[in-house]
Design a protein around this ligand. Structure first.
Ligand SMILES: O=C1O[C@H](COP(=O)(O)O)[C@@H](O)[C@H](O)[C@H]1O
Length: 254
């Protein structure tokens, strides 16, 4: 891992402003270096925070974005539980990302999570032009949330998917948080990204964030996220970061 950078801001609104600056910068750098920006979104509370200012940022070249999902619930794409629908409603419907560059779960396979995961793996390989066996995917940025139980993506404490090291996308049919069937990126993929950013606001997960960031409690799946080459960011509000003893500047510097 290059560096862990923890930022804590007085309000969730300021977290959204910092994320806007962070993603505009990460996007511009990636496009300068290799002509596109590949970014994976989580669901839950994250898309609204990420999109709040970003959706109106005219400096971002959204036409060169390729959007993926760090996890997805196995439900139809218009279901309120769908992470794709969340990201679409918050961001994709407001910015000019070509639909063909939004790599989503195959709706025809949502009743079979194993096949949906295999298919998503192939879709990622095709979109990124990599060989899934020999060239595992390297995303420019992966945006992650956490649950109060320390889950991230659909990697839940005590579940075998957390230990998956050979597949890049796997599936779960007994998620403790509904819906039960999901697909998810695995730890090796998260740890090959050029940058990973956790976004947590609201205060209710302050103990969990403390256990992950300060405690490195490996019983919590989010503590396994440690990009080998990339940087790891935490974008927090003060209510969530209140127990952290690490340095946590309230600014994001380019
Ligand atoms: O089920 C999920 O939960 C996590 C956390 O969601 P939040 O609403 O507590 O922020 C989310 O990151 C993940 O993508 C989602 O599928």
């Amino acid at each position: 891992m290059q560096q862990t950078k923890v930022h804590s801001f007085p309000s969730a609104d300021q977290v959204a402003q910092a994320l806007n600056a962070f993603l505009a910068h990460a996007s511009a750098e990636a496009i300068k270096q290799h002509g596109r920006f590949t970014v994976a979104f989580s669901g839950g509370s994250l898309p609204a925070t990420v999109a709040k200012y970003l959706k109106d940022n005219k400096s971002v070249d959204f036409a060169k974005w390729f959007v993926f999902f760090s996890d997805e619930r196995c439900v139809p794409l218009d279901d309120p539980e769908s992470n794709f629908k969340l990201v679409k409603d918050e961001l994709l419907s407001h910015v000019p990302i070509p639909d063909s560059q939004v790599i989503r779960i195959s709706e025809a396979l949502v009743s079979d999570s194993k096949r949906a995961a295999e298919d998503y793996d192939l879709q990622i390989a095709k979109a990124l032009g990599c060989d899934v066996v020999n060239q595992p995917p390297v995303f420019d940025c992966i945006l992650l949330g956490i649950g109060p139980d320390g889950h991230t993506c659909s990697l839940f404490p005590g579940h075998p998917e957390v230990q998956e090291r050979s597949k890049w996308v796997t599936f779960i049919n007994d998620s403790p948080k509904p819906p039960a069937s999901r697909i998810t990126l695995t730890i090796p993929v998260l740890n090959r990204a050029r940058s990973v950013a956790f976004v947590v606001t609201g205060g209710s997960k302050c103990d969990t964030v403390k256990a992950i960031v300060d405690g490195r409690d490996m019983s919590l799946p989010a503590a396994h996220v440690a990009p080998s080459e990339g940087d790891l960011y935490w974008f927090l509000d003060d209510a969530t970061a209140k127990y952290l003893t690490v340095n946590k500047p309230a600014e994001f510097k380019l």
